[in-house]
Design a protein around this ligand. Sequence first.
Ligand SMILES: C[S@@+](CC[C@H](N)C(=O)[O-])C[C@H]1O[C@@H](n2cnc3c(N)ncnc32)[C@H](O)[C@@H]1O
Length: 413
Amino acid sequence: MEPSRTLIDWPGRRAAWISASDPPKSVLDQKFQHDPRRHTLVCGDNLDALKLLLPSLERKVRVIYIDPPYNTGNGLLYNDRFGSWGRDGDRHAAWLSMMAPRLLLAWRFLRDDGVFFASIDDRELPRLRLLCDEVFGEDNLVSTVIWRKKVVRGRGNRHILPQTEYILAYARDINALPPFHENLTPGMKKEYAHHDSLGPYKKIPLAKSGTRQSPRPNLYYSLMAPDGSEIPCPTHQWRWSRETVERRKNEILMEKNRKGRWTVYTKQYLRSPEGEERKRTPESYYDRVTTSDGTAEMKELFGEVILDFPKPSRLIRDLISWATPRGSSDPVMDFFAGSGSTGQAVLELNAQDGGSRPFYLVQSDDPIVHPEFRSIYEICRGRVERVIKRLEKTGHSPLEVREYRVVGYPLKP
Ligand SMILES: C[S@@+](CC[C@H](N)C(=O)[O-])C[C@H]1O[C@@H](n2cnc3c(N)ncnc32)[C@H](O)[C@@H]1O
């Protein structure tokens, strides 16, 4: 049978695909060599910048996070209105033609165990999803994370107030992508309120919860209580087989309640025998920070909000920490860097866990009117500088930063 593949087509698709492999039209102002001991900032259009970084970074990047223009049509400091917007306009085609070659290139930067994250809202979500399915392979979809970006009611729609956007996550190879982990929340840790010689643990009933189902014969048996009485099988079944209960009897706890009924628990320890604290798998609904945290962060660093809707760096820091181990030195890339929130996320995560992940940020020189910053690139650099200064004051020594500029070919004499 033919594999069922859904390809996304639009006027301009062929040219967009080809433009990914066209030679770059510019050069970097100095020779670029991947050096894991340095962070890299690149000023210029990301299509050429990616082509120029690729030869020394191909298959070396562990995490790519991007926050591209959403094609809202709004007047922002950068172009967020692609193509023409009439009834027969080609706005989606124009946006796809911009995105396609950049995604094709992004894929080439990823290591086998690499992951790609892209923020997007409702407007271009369906197209981005199909485009990514094609570039990364639909089997490599890790998840569509829903980010609750707003908790206040606000305006903007007469029917349903928009409060969420999305983060698509794709693996370069889902089978090579290690599981994602994150720390337990303080509330979860509180549940490990009991102690024995192996440390804190929490009690989990051995009886299986949930709806009634046909019991598996090996999970259906009775147990003997310490006083010799029989503990019948619960309504549904046990979670462990008799053999497992026997083998792990040190983790079994039987307690009599006031009514004289026995309950059986398993002990789940907070730490492994090696002392490693238990982790959990992240969930597809993310509501730890909102857009206003991103805005507050910018105010704190610059004293004002220079770019609208910067992403809260905590969101990006969490994504990177899901995908890279503690103390990692894996490269992270963002080629729609904006105000540099990914730079802040990497710098602070490194400071937190002793890592030395280098970042590669690309941001165009989109001009702005401001007394201190002439372009969005300068805001990006400004954020990175400020965060580094702050970290140095608290005794951290972030990696050095090197800047590159995409420039036209020098004129022939
Ligand atoms: C949605 S914003 C990113 C915001 C960023 N995540 C933050 O938290 O500040 C998209 C950014 O991509 C930049 N951009 C758009 N097209 C670009 C291109 N072709 N090359 C480089 N940067 C580009 C825009 O200037 C804008 O700053």
